[in-house]
Design a protein around this ligand. Structure first.
Ligand SMILES: *Cc1c(COP(=O)(O)O)cnc(C)c1O
Length: 400
């Protein structure tokens, strides 16, 4: 190992150590501070805190030591100046929009984003005069054409769910900058262990901590990471006022999750690679979607933009919905649930669940066919997962 580590300190060290401030008790692990408010030593100190003259805690709607430890740790991992933790991934996105946009502003967003994010933009933000144009994630020219003089923000997820399509973050950051827009990346699928959008030129990173940051399917939470002015002041101001706050207990779960994030993300990726290659060999499978496959159209981009391929594998079965449902119902280890980022592997039929609200034409446009199955590969023994998928294939073979 080289003594001059170019990352000072390394990712895993930050994941385990960053943000912790020991109390005089000398505790080794991070404590949970379940307190709604804080006491002052005098009336004068209370006044100084409230006026902002003196830094320090006032009320846990906006600051809490356990939440702060999580925020500082995630900021260090993403390479951002500032982080604001929120009660969910959706409230992270809402707080970002409330903090950075006003009526009349325009968003250009990838079409392939989390379904509820689409609903937030089209059903709710639109009511407050913020319009969104949806474009193809990987088609740079469609982003360029959608920009208007009122455009303030580009929004995307990469890789996309469930088809693992990639955006070229660097190219979109350049386009955003040229048009005076901010690039906001929902980094839920890769996490900073595999991809650091801020290093590639993005302005803001969003997380649903519910997924891989927790990593064990326990808590709902979110976060926004970026520069001190936009995140530390503008978005923090929304949190302080509107209150979509992360609880100290959830912050503690997430910050312990961060300690094993890098190990977990590489383990999810390794199993997903193995299974996706094996799925490609099965005669009932029309196509497999996973950035680690040579057959993935953006395999080269994934290799430079991501440290590994992630845990999501989607595949299309011949035989449409009936085959997909029969396959899903034959598995015994995979959990039938739409969640992902868990130690437990999950299996989903996007066309009738996560993407069920789309019209058949919209599903066609976005490639969510009736035979498509999405796997979020967990941390079980990979041979057991393969045997479980065999149950699916055997079911199809016996149905013939
Ligand atoms: C789950 C998810 C969200 C929303 O997060 P919640 O914690 O469920 O509110 C946002 N973006 C992506 C990519 C997600 O997978």
């Amino acid at each position: 190992m080289s003594a001059d580590n170019p990352e000072h300190p390394g990712f895993a060290t930050l994941a385990v150590r960053a943000g912790q401030q020991r109390t005089p008790e000398g505790e080794h692990a991070e404590p949970i501070f379940p307190t709604s408010s804080y006491v002052f030593s005098s009336a004068a100190e209370a006044a100084a805190r409230f006026s902002g003259e003196q830094a320090g805690n006032i009320y846990s709607r906006f600051t809490n030591p356990t939440v702060r430890t999580f925020e500082q740790r995630l900021a260090a991992l993403e390479g951002g100046e500032s982080c604001v933790a929120t009660s969910s991934g959706m409230s992270a996105i809402l707080s970002t929009c409330l903090g950075l946009l006003k009526s009349g502003d325009h968003i250009v967003s990838s079409r392939s984003i989390f379904g509820t994010t689409t609903v937030l933009l089209t059903n709710y933000l639109a009511r407050f005069g913020v319009d969104t144009t949806f474009v193809s994630l990987s088609d740079l020219s469609s982003w360029e054409q959608a920009v208007r003089s009122e455009t303030r923000l580009f929004f995307l997820e990469t890789p996309s769910n469930p088809l693992t399509e990639l955006a070229d973050i660097r190219a979109l950051a350049t386009l955003a900058r040229a048009n005076d827009c901010l690039l906001v990346v929902d980094n839920c699928f890769c996490t900073p262990a595999l991809q650091k959008p801020l290093d590639l030129g993005a302005d803001i990173v969003i997380h649903s901590a519910t997924k891989y940051l927790d990593g064990q399917g326990r808590c709902i939470g979110g976060a926004v990471v970026g520069d001190a002015e936009r995140v530390g002041t503008d978005i923090f101001g929304v949190l302080r006022t509107a209150g979509p706050t992360m609880s100290p207990f959830n912050a503690w779960v997430f910050l312990k999750g961060l300690e094993t994030l890098e190990l977990r993300m590489h383990a999810h990726s390794a199993s997903a690679q193995l299974l996706s290659r094996w799925l490609e060999e099965q005669p009932e499978v029309r196509r497999v979607y996973h950035p680690g496959l040579d057959s993935h159209p953006q395999h080269d981009l994934a290799a430079v933009q991501q440290k590994n391929s992630g845990g999501i594998v989607s595949f299309e079965l011949e035989g449409g919905k009936d085959a997909a449902w029969a396959f899903i119902d034959a598995t015994r280890i995979f959990s039938i649930t739409a969640n992902l980022g868990d130690t437990k592997s999950t299996i989903t039929h996007p066309a009738t669940t996560t993407h069920g609200r789309l019209t058949p034409e919209q599903r066609d446009e976005t490639g969510i066919s009736d035979g498509l199955i999405r796997l979020a590969i967990g941390l079980e023994t990979v041979a057991d997962l393969q045997a479980d998928l065999w149950r699916g294939f055997n079911q199809l073979r016996s149905d013939q």
